[in-house]
Design a protein around this ligand. Sequence first.
Ligand SMILES: C[S@@+](CC[C@H](N)C(=O)[O-])C[C@H]1O[C@@H](n2cnc3c(N)ncnc32)[C@H](O)[C@@H]1O
Length: 544
Amino acid sequence: MHQKDLRAPDVVIGADTIVTVGGLILEKPVDKQDAYRMLSRLNGKEHSVFTGVAIVHCCTKDSQLDTEVSEFHEETTVKFSELSEELLWEYIDSGEPMDKAGGYGIQALGGMLVEYVHGDFLNVVGFPLNHFCKKLVELYYPPQHEDMQRVKHDSIPPVDTFENLSDVEEGSSDPAQGNEGGGHRRAEAGSGRGQVPAGSQGADSNGTVEITPPFPAGLLELVDGFKASKALFIACKLKVFDVLKDEAPLKAVDIAGKIDASVCGTERLLDVCVALGLLEKTDRGYCNTDLADLHLASDGEYSLHGLAMHSNDHAWNLFTDLELAVREGADAAFGRKAEDPVQSKQTKLQFMRAMHGLTNLTARQVATAFDLSRFSSACDLGGCTGALARALTREYPRLKVTVLDLPEVIEHVPCFQLEGRQTERVSFVPGDFFKDGLPEAELYILSRILHEWPDDKVHQLLSRISGSCKPGGGILVAETVLEEKRPARGSLPASLNLLVRTQGRERSLPEYRRLLEQHGFWDVQLAHAGDRLDVVLGTRASPP
Ligand SMILES: C[S@@+](CC[C@H](N)C(=O)[O-])C[C@H]1O[C@@H](n2cnc3c(N)ncnc32)[C@H](O)[C@@H]1O
């Protein structure tokens, strides 16, 4: 829009709406069957409608377009009544669902499907007008410093129409103008969480007005984050999601009986799980969301139950030492940990379950981040349960993978070999990669290993791999690679996890490149393998 002969716009507004139910996002249906699948999911249940809005404020300085982005989202809860198949198909045949998020339009025929709406109706139609107007006031009329104290009623600026706003600007439409009160903020990490409505005003009997700052909902969510985590852990520990897996809805009293807990305590925990989007609640009782069925029940290839249990029983305690680790640094914290008794067999198994679920979710992306078909043998060092090794053999039919891990880990590997899923192209070798001879292989793999160790140990390990790897062979490192421009939110807790637990740290691509090159691996390349993991591949050069 910003071209030589066109005036730059004052403001550009973008908005889009999605429907979510049970952890799934429903966009527009692609055909009638898809519309049926969506509407059946919504049938008789509550779901959420989210609209994300971005307001791009534009102004021209020295013929350059300057923009500032402000974002928010609005959530509305909608409940569908119990609808017959016949009614659903009649609605689908009307053609209305096809261009609507979630497959219905509340403002037209779709309104008849809806039992109730909690929140802004217009948000369900597609644009949260009320929140948007408050946001505009916040952007264009932020509270002045003196507004923060009690001010006379008649000193409140009138809310102009949108047209008047551009008149006021007189060439400078900077919403931060006169912003001593600091009400406007630039779009920043976290503000996209949206929960920053405009401040509120209240008049008292003297006609004076007090302006309170916007409610910091996102911040309070952070403050309470540990309570949500703990609720999830305990629901996992009590096997709530196992009890409800593939079951008809159950009442709190029945669930309490099955998990051997008090009815009042169970009911509260279940309601919190509903609020967290892990369970659904209807008149007939509680049932798992699809997310809980897939990831929180203790069985299944993609179960994260082990990770939740490891976090509850182990990481939770370690994090109580975070202050100490921050004050004293990783080395001191690790020294203290080294005095801990040796991990029990049970803890080891739990750790393996945690790694297994996590790795199953990312293994295929790691295996396919680069084309590895030129290798016929690989050695996964610290390969744990062999989850990545199995994904590699599935992708590369001629590849054989040896998994090397500590003897106390290899001992438990049979617990993770599902019927029919084992392959003779994966073998397991007990050993210590710092001491024992490394199995021969064309490709050496280090998945989530190097971040656990300080630089001297990383050099030691890379030097041993370099000694075993023939020219033309490769090294594949799977880690969260730090990038200045992509501060991955998900990697931040992991970074603190390393601080309290190990002497290691996450590293950037230039650091990995330097480390690998120092040990004779060249042509170092990076590929992303999903949200939380990156893959670095280097090739062993011929010795000079
Ligand atoms: C964070 S886990 C990563 C597991 C697996 N590579 C993955 O990506 O899921 C680290 C693994 O390294 C193994 N390990 C640690 N020290 C080791 C050593 N000295 N020799 C061999 N394996 C080791 C651990 O037993 C554990 O299985």
